[in-house]
Design a protein around this ligand. Structure first.
Ligand SMILES: [Ca+2]
Length: 557
């Protein structure tokens, strides 16, 4: 019997608790892995998928930091501090409870709970959950860490901000110390893996470990080491639509999507291949070549971590969870706060022959993002299926169920209680003297051990979403969704039947007004319960600037 860990000083975990590695990748679309239908070579992750379970209906937030906050706490993002993602706060949201912009004191993190129960806790990768010292990973449960604090940066050693508005949060931290200079041969996926391998292999005792490996690839800027630059040469010359069709066919062959799922022409908001000039076709194909190479490189480095576990004899007792934090990103580099096409052309060499190098800055862009999110519509930032639907693989001790699993009702908040259950550890009621917010997540243990047919029956226990004013609720086969302009023509609730229309094409709002009303009422009740604060007016950063904006944590104390 495993008791609650109370204030967490006693060691009540099982003697054979597994090691746990949580691997997160950034902005990778639903169909970008070989085992999810991609032409991109991901042999290590495909092998992992063969050994474990692949989910086809795993839901996340539409943006990086809120997903990360829910992953590490099991608590809804409006209660854990990421009610919105900095720097999107409007003045009426700024510094309000649940909108702190960093993990708040109403949550205990996975590493905090596991460490108090005898686990070693390591992190390498992107944090994005607070940039002041009190929010560093080492102050939120990690024993050792090497992290990038902000939302993104160049992947090589010339650290630069995504845009001038993100400069105050663009830096690396090793444990408690700001890293002044990265090694000359630094590349994000390589060095995060190196660091994690070091933590795991240098561990002196046999206690289990929890390792959070949060890669920044394939988030933009699209950067890849020289050796990988030409791995996908020519592969994307056939254009968006052909690649999308090929992926859909493979997804059907593998069994990721049903035979009945139609080809998705997309939102129509981005270019078609046939409309591009020859020069644009070349640069578009080149961008996707680099994006694909980043994912193959990522898979290679994940393989190195797995090999290190095998060499240490730890692989068999290690549970590995792999996921993406949100759908593929349609925005171009000029979108980031403070950036512009003029700023980019002054600061980067984006000539076609230089793409992928350390002094270039391009993004995947809308048309390719829609390919990455095949078969779904929409993308990162939206609550459309392409924004909140992510690949999820779980393999190792405790994951007895295998193969592709559909209709599981699995949400990112469920990872927290699932990991604790697998470790044989309970979440305390309070932590550091603070009462904790309720868990949104529910444990998938029964499902993973074959003792239940789903994680959550969403018909009885719906899933709710809100980020940057895009909203959604999924209840059984129904999904009500409210998208903002420009993703929708006007911000009104729409209704879809996901069982027959997973592409969200046929709005049933006028045919099923009662059903829609029921779902809107339930979403409103959810919003009230979690303390959602509707954004009013412009983002505050545009008024006070990034330096003032990012002082938020110290001002809230
Ligand atoms: Ca992301």
């Amino acid at each position: 019997m495993f008791l609650g860990c109370g204030n967490g000083k006693t060691n009540l975990r099982k003697n054979d608790s597994p090691n746990i590695i949580l691997i997160l990748v950034d902005d990778m679309g639903y169909s970008d892995l070989g085992c999810y239908g991609s032409e991109i070579k991901t042999p290590n992750l495909d092998r992992l998928a063969d050994q474990g379970v692949r989910f086809t209906d795993f839901y996340v937030s539409s943006l990086c930091a809120p997903t990360r906050a829910m992953l590490l706490t099991g608590v809804d993002n409006h209660q854990n501090g990421l009610g919105t993602m900095p720097p999107a706060h409007t003045e009426n949201q700024y510094l309000k409870p649940g909108y702190e912009g960093s993990l708040n004191n109403a949550v205990a993190t996975l590493p905090e709970v596991l460490r108090n129960n005898g686990y070693h806790t390591y992190m390498a990768g992107k944090w994005h959950l607070g940039h002041h010292e009190e929010s560093y990973p080492t102050n939120r449960g990690f024993e050792k860490s090497f992290v990038f604090l902000g939302g993104g940066s160049g992947h090589f050693n010339n650290v630069f901000a995504l845009g001038p508005g993100e400069e105050p949060v663009t830096f690396y931290v090793k444990d408690q110390d700001i890293v002044e200079k990265l090694p000359d041969d630094f590349y994000s996926s390589k060095n995060f893996s190196d660091e994690m391998i070091k933590y795991i292999t240098e561990q002196k005792d046999d206690s289990p470990f929890f390792a959070y490996l949060a890669y920044t690839a394939p988030h933009d800027p699209l950067h890849v080491p020289d050796k990988y630059l030409d791995k996908y040469k020519g592969v994307y010359d056939s254009g968006y639509e052909k690649i999308k069709k090929d992926r859909l066919a493979r997804m059907k062959e593998i069994g990721i999507v049903d035979e009945s799922v139609p080809y998705n022409p997309g939102t129509g908001k981005f270019s078609k291949w046939e409309d591009l000039s020859d020069e644009d076709k070349k640069s578009q194909a080149r961008k996707m070549e680099i994006y694909a190479a980043m994912i193959e490189n990522l898979d290679y480095h994940i393989g190195r971590v797995i090999d290190a576990l095998k060499e240490k004899g730890k692989y068999d007792n290690t549970l590995i969870i792999f996921m993406s934090d949100n759908g593929a990103n349609p925005k171009e580099a000029a979108f980031y706060p403070g950036s512009s096409n003029d700023f980019l052309s002054k600061n980067y060499d984006n000539s076609i022959e230089n793409l992928g190098k350390s002094n270039s800055f391009v993004s995947q862009g809308g048309s390719w993002a829609e390919v990455s999110n095949t078969p779904f519509t929409y993308f990162k930032t939206t609550t459309g299926e392409g924004g909140i639907h992510a690949p999820l693989i779980i393999a190792g001790p405790g994951a007895e169920i295998k193969n592709i699993q559909k209709n599981t009702g699995m949400h990112v908040c469920d990872i927290f209680p699932t990991v604790l259950d697998l470790a044989g550890v309970s979440r305390p009621d309070n932590y550091n003297g603070n009462e904790l917010a309720p868990l949104y997540g529910i444990s998938a243990l029964k499902f993973l051990t074959g003792n239940d047919v789903m994680v959550r029956n969403t018909a009885l226990d719906p899933l709710h979403f809100e980020m940057i004013e895009c909203r959604a609720i999924i209840k059984g086969k129904w999904k009500a969704i409210l998208l903002q302009i420009p993703y929708a023509n006007e911000p009104v609730w729409q209704l879809y039947d996901l069982s027959t229309d997973p592409l969200e094409k046929l709005n049933l709002a006028s045919q099923e007004p009662e059903k829609l009303k029921e779902l809107i009422n339930e979403w409103n009740e959810y919003a009230r319960n979690v303390g959602y604060i509707q954004a009013k007016g412009e983002a505050l950063i545009s008024k006070i600037g990034p330096v003032e904006f990012f002082k938020y944590e110290s001002r809230s104390n």
